[in-house]
Design a protein around this ligand. Structure first.
Ligand code: SF4
Length: 485
């Protein structure tokens, strides 16, 4: 069932004058601690292996009962990559064996058929995303087959408002393939760039000539896409302000609709490929901060609007419009205009959000294929949210997406007394208020322009799982989350 739009109050103007509102370096340092990115609440780390297929089927039945003609969102995970990028924390399979893709697609098709039987065709798919891994590991023909299969089993929207996107690795796509994507059904593309500097690219094992990428962005802009998004990462080995400024210069000349500039999270204990990154080549915390400041200054200076949590978009982009209307959402792909829609995940490791539950598929290729071959779905863990989880998810979503929260709205939706229920959290917010990250009024929390760069730190105040005392075994455990900056 769709959650009601949390607050009808519009956000304060989304345009961020960088120099005036960027938090002080000292403040950024103080709040730079590990924390979730809140693409879900509770986060995937809280998923329980006791949640299985029967729970998922029950969740689907419950949400359909109240959903009527509510739209659906689909996520398809294509896990294959030809070589490992050393910074990468995605769930992937490194291979150059193209036949593996066919074997995987066979399983995906069976999963699509089985999942489609759980949802009525009256629920139209308004959002669809192919992520990975590398979706463009598949040929144009395979992508067309996959979309055809999805279209036979789900009612895919054909309206211009639909958001059907695909992640592109510029190293694997020709301009010819790119030009075929709109006919296959995609109206949005997201290109992984990370950094144009050859030395940085070599250090992270992702050599991607700038000319090739620029040609693709150019072709995408001339093509039939509603939106072109580019991903960058700051904090990679050998990056300097001067080198990253050259990357930004190049990108700004191409002027994609959206730019995501992610902070590199070095968690080698969790992500094996990161062990191949030389720590002596990583920027210091001060240098990383300077890279962030540079990015914000250059992107906002070039007219991009800061959406929140690493995301920038041109005025007029759907994300900016949604932020201005106050109905921006957040899902596993980041900020979205359809994030509150029930989401079905397909493929290895894919996560779905159905009604009041999250569910994740088997995380290894072998387990995923075995589950599908055993005639079932591939659900391996998940969570049915408690009333307290739903309340906190609502509060965190309002802060992350709208930058504000009216107590009376939350009280009406969850039948609580906000001040009494969150007395500890409101007390904790006093420190953030004193630091200029939020303002506290009688009936409202408002994230300030500076606080919007530290949204995670604000949301963390309401995360019940973070405030639980760490189990003794966890004391020496690897960090669970990336740092806020
Ligand atoms: S960054 Fe993308 S292409 Fe590189 S290893 Fe990760 S998923 Fe594969």
């Amino acid at each position: 069932m769709r959650m009601p739009v949390a607050d009808a109050i519009p956000l304060p103007p989304a345009t961020v004058p960088a120099a005036a509102t960027f938090p002080e370096t000292d403040l950024l340092r103080r709040y730079d601690r590990p924390g979730p990115r809140y693409t879900s609440y509770p986060t995937a780390l809280e998923f329980d292996p006791r949640f299985g297929e029967a729970d998922y089927r029950a969740a689907a039945a419950r949400c359909n009962a109240g959903a009527g003609r509510d739209p659906l969102s689909l996520y398809v995970h294509i896990p294959f990559c030809a070589s490992p990028c050393f910074f990468c924390g995605c769930t992937k399979v490194i291979t150059r064996q193209m036949p593996l893709a066919e074997t995987y697609l066979e399983r995906l098709y069976r999963e699509i058929e089985r999942q489609s039987m759980l949802f009525p065709r009256s629920r139209v798919v308004e959002q669809l995303h192919l992520g990975g891994g590398t979706p463009t590991f598949l040929s144009a023909g395979q992508l067309a087959d996959l979309m055809g299969h999805l279209g036979r089993h789900f009612a895919l929207s054909s309206t211009p408002e639909r958001e059907f996107s695909i992640e592109i690795d510029p190293r694997t796509v020709t301009t010819r393939t790119l030009s075929q994507l709109p006919d296959i059904g995609f109206n949005r593309v997201s290109l992984g760039v990370q950094d144009f500097d050859p030395a940085v690219q070599a250090a992270v094992n992702r050599v991607q000539p700038a000319a090739q990428t620029m040609q693709l962005i150019d072709a995408a802009k001339r093509g039939d896409f509603k939106s072109i998004s580019v991903d960058l990462i700051y904090g990679l080995p050998l990056q300097t302000e001067a080198s990253f400024e050259r990357t930004l210069d190049l990108l700004l000349a191409a002027r994609p609709d959206r730019i995501a500039a992610y902070s590199y999270a070095h968690l080698p204990q969790r992500f094996k490929p990161q062990r191949r990154i030389r720590t002596d080549q990583l920027p210091s915390p001060e240098e990383k901060l300077a890279l962030l400041q540079l990015t914000v200054r250059r992107l906002t200076g070039a007219g991009y609007v800061y959406i929140g949590m690493d995301h920038f978009a041109l005025p007029g982009d759907e994300l900016v419009k949604a932020a201005e209307r106050g109905d921006l959402q957040r899902n596993f792909q980041g900020y979205s205009t359809h994030g509150d829609t029930d989401l079905i995940g397909f493929g290895m490791s894919a996560i779905g959000r159905i009604g009041e539950s999250y569910a994740q598929n088997a995380r290894s290729l072998t387990d995923y294929c075995a589950a599908i071959d055993a005639d079932g779905l591939a659900i391996r863990r998940g969570l049915r949210l408690s009333a307290e989880d739903l309340l906190r998810r609502d509060v965190i979503a309002a802060l992350m997406c709208r930058g504000q929260l009216r107590f009376s709205d939350v009280e009406a939706r969850h039948a609580i007394d906000f001040a009494a229920h969150f007395s500890r959290e409101v007390a904790a917010l006093q420190t953030l208020a004193a630091d200029g990250l939020v303002t506290l009024e009688a009936d409202r929390i408002q994230v300030t322009a500076a606080g919007r760069y530290l949204l995670r730190a604000v949301a963390m105040v309401f995360d019940a799982y973070l405030s639980q005392p760490a189990a003794p075994a966890a004391v020496s455990a690897p960090p669970r989350y990336s740092r806020v900056v």
